[in-house]
Design a protein around this ligand. Structure first.
Ligand code: AMP
Length: 386
């Protein structure tokens, strides 16, 4: 690793501890970035419409304004030395405005690409990276024709704004393609159609890339979803080494191709025949990387800050196998009841959200054990069935 040069220090690329980091978004990802960054000596100001969001509870200062509110972004620009986004659904226009005034190392281009499924797929294809076969759909007849081409079942997805399975429709017939398109495209939304991939496993790799193009990648994780929401992440993923190497290489290639600064989480489908397809990208810390907080030498949250602040990247080394399980609203009462008697291998993180709605991510637990032992511990706790 090259030392920080005087030029970098004075061209505003390196932000040493003591600097104020502004974060667009005050959800749990922002909260964990702040918690890790405080340890390093950074100060934080968060911008999020909710006054009592997880990030605001731990930041030095919070601005409770909409992401595209000019007064809010103005206040953020005035307060911060460097700005990051922890959420894709912030306004790209606001980010463009901000990057003209303040250092914003992730940049608006990465946001524009990753907040739009079609642009994201096109960018990956341009880089020679494998994606799920897809079509752009612009009308009902064309949706039906594209579905016939891709084969049934297939999945309609809105190009923007979807997460945790929202904005998606499974399509089993030309009629469903037409009806699904009409529903999702209401309000002028762009829609794409994807082939349904009968995957063997879902994997993800979190990659960090610094301002000088240095890259580190975290171990490949296996993700298990329930009702379209991540249920658990198993690390290391129980897959052949050769597949893990390819998954890591694809993730690094994607980060390099997109010239990422910060983090890139790459979600992949592993097919029966061993092929890997990229499903989705996120330019920020990722739910499937939460295990790094307790199980790696450098957490994804610290790594994110190191990359954005121009510091050398830290070791992503896995210190212990781990299984991370999300705690949703419906799990919270049982977890609270079990808290006083949890085994020592279980680390609990709660995000300070007041309202525990079903399906809402309230926290996560990381079990520091291999997959079999972790499953036994989870069974003992009795909170989650397999
Ligand atoms: P996404 O929002 O695109 O990440 O989709 C959420 C979840 O839906 C994924 O993690 C998969 O479990 C499932 N899914 C999405 N797209 C496909 C696809 N093309 N084929 C099969 N399953 C999919």
């Amino acid at each position: 690793m090259k030392p920080i040069t005087e030029k970098e220090r004075f061209t505003g690329q390196v932000f040493l501890p003591g600097s104020v980091v502004g974060i667009l978004g005050g959800g749990q990802l922002g909260r964990m970035v702040v918690l890790e960054g405080r340890k390093m000596g950074y100060r934080f100001v968060t911008l999020d419409p909710a006054a009592d969001c997880p990030g605001s509870q731990v930041a030095d200062r919070h601005i409770a304004k909409a992401y595209d509110d000019p007064e809010g972004t103005e206040a953020l620009a005035a307060a911060a030395d460097v700005i990051a986004y922890e959420f894709e659904n912030v306004s790209a226009e606001a980010v463009k405005r901000l990057e003209r005034r303040v250092a914003l190392p992730q940049g608006s281009r990465l946001l524009e690409v990753t907040q739009h499924r079609l642009r994201e797929k096109e960018a990956l294809v341009m880089g020679g990276l494998p994606v799920t076969p897809y079509r752009t759909v612009t009308g009902p007849e064309q949706a039906a024709a594209a579905a016939e081409e891709l084969g049934f079942p297939c999945i309609l997805k809105t190009a923007t704004g979807g997460y945790d399975g929202k904005g998606q429709r499974l399509v089993r017939s030309p009629d469903e393609a037409m009806a699904g398109w009409a529903e999702l495209a209401a309000g002028g939304r762009e829609v794409i159609l994807e082939q349904f991939v009968p995957f063997r496993k879902e994997l993800s790799v979190v990659v960090a890339r610094g301002i000088r193009g240095d890259i580190v990648s975290y171990p490949v994780a296996e993700n298990v979803h329930r009702d379209h929401i991540l249920h658990r992440t198993i690390v290391p993923a129980p897959i052949d080494e050769e597949i893990a190497r390819r998954a890591e290489q694809l993730a690094r290639d994607a980060a390099e191709h997109l010239e990422v600064v910060g983090l890139l989480a790459v979600e992949l489908f592993l097919l029966e025949d061993g092929r890997l397809l990229i499903n989705e990208l996120a330019p920020r810390p990722h739910n499937s990387g939460h295990y790094t907080y307790d199980a790696c030498a450098t957490s994804q949250f610290e790594q994110f800050l190191r990359a954005i602040c121009g510091l050398p990247l830290g070791s992503p080394r896995l210190l212990s196998p781990a299984v991370m399980v999300n705690v949703l609203g419906q799990h919270l009462p049982a977890l609270m009841e079990k808290l006083p008697s949890l085994p020592p291998a279980v680390k609990v993180h709660l995000y300070g959200k007041r309202e525990a709605r079903p399906g809402r991510k309230m926290g996560h637990v990381t079990v520091l054990a291999d997959a079999n032992e972790a499953m036994e511990i989870m069974d003992q706790i009795g909170l989650w069935n397999r």
